[in-house]
Design a protein around this ligand. Structure first.
Ligand code: DC
Length: 223
């Protein structure tokens, strides 16, 4: 049977990298929900909309199209913003707009609509707790703050994204995690039925294999 897989966890824990790998193996669709919050934040910044102005950001979203291609590119109103949404400024701005209840409601509705078809691997902060409460497999992925900062630093360099040093990234990650875990609406937390995996000392292949082990029994089952 085709299932949905939820992957949540703090920033730079490796969620998207693993979700991409799994999607390839299973021939599933990977939906990076963080990219939707990032695209929303980028457009608000470009339009000069204050990141705490809930009504204005929601109004903006009514005329906003966010799409993802199977090879992982993000399009905002038809423009490829895959690199633009990865800057430190947009990371923090995304965390700020993600506090807004009505913004979340808009993006969550889009995510749930897409996942109806099954065969989705979604990564984010509230997938197991809100978006896909009935996902067959839920993973909560963590890693030490230093391991995460180091990975993000390497990723930035590889992708040609302007980057701060590891210590600064680690501090930003700590700040964003705190904000994401302590906000009022849908804070980041492990769903009661999620499996926790600490990836600090694991390779991409090891994490992918571990999750595949939880998914495999469902693949054999009848619809
Ligand atoms: O996963 P990411 O770092 O690209 O996400 C950017 C921000 O968006 C993150 O700081 C919190 C927010 N976010 C969220 O609130 N809910 C999600 N499902 C995904 C991301």
């Amino acid at each position: 049977m085709r299932i949905n897989i939820a992957i949540d966890g703090p920033s730079a824990a490796g969620k998207s990298t693993i979700a991409k790998e799994l999607a390839k193996i299973l021939n599933y669709v990977h939906l990076d929900t963080g990219a939707m919050y990032r695209s929303t934040a980028l457009k608000a910044l470009q339009c000069g909309i204050a990141l705490d102005d809930e009504a204005a950001v929601c109004e903006m979203l009514k005329n906003t199209e966010i799409t993802m291609t199977p090879d992982g590119k993000i399009f905002l109103d038809g423009k490829d913003v895959s690199t633009d949404i990865r800057t430190d400024e947009v990371s923090m701005a995304a965390s700020n707009v993600s506090k807004l209840e009505k913004v979340r409601a808009d993006l969550v509705a889009r995510q749930q609509e897409m996942a109806k078809a099954k065969g989705f691997i979604m990564d984010g902060r509230d997938i197991g707790t809100v978006v896909l409460k009935d996902a067959e497999v839920k993973i909560y992925m963590t890693a030490s703050a230093y391991a995460r900062a180091e990975r993000r630093y390497k990723q930035n360099i590889e992708n040609g994204i302007p980057t701060s040093d590891i210590e600064t990234i680690a501090e930003e990650i700590r700040q964003r995690d705190y904000q994401d875990m302590h906000r009022e609406h849908s804070p980041l937390r492990k769903a009661d039925d999620a499996i926790e995996i600490d990836t600090s000392d694991m390779t991409i292949a090891e994490v992918t294999e571990a999750i595949y082990g939880y998914v495999e029994p469902f693949l054999q089952k009848e619809e």
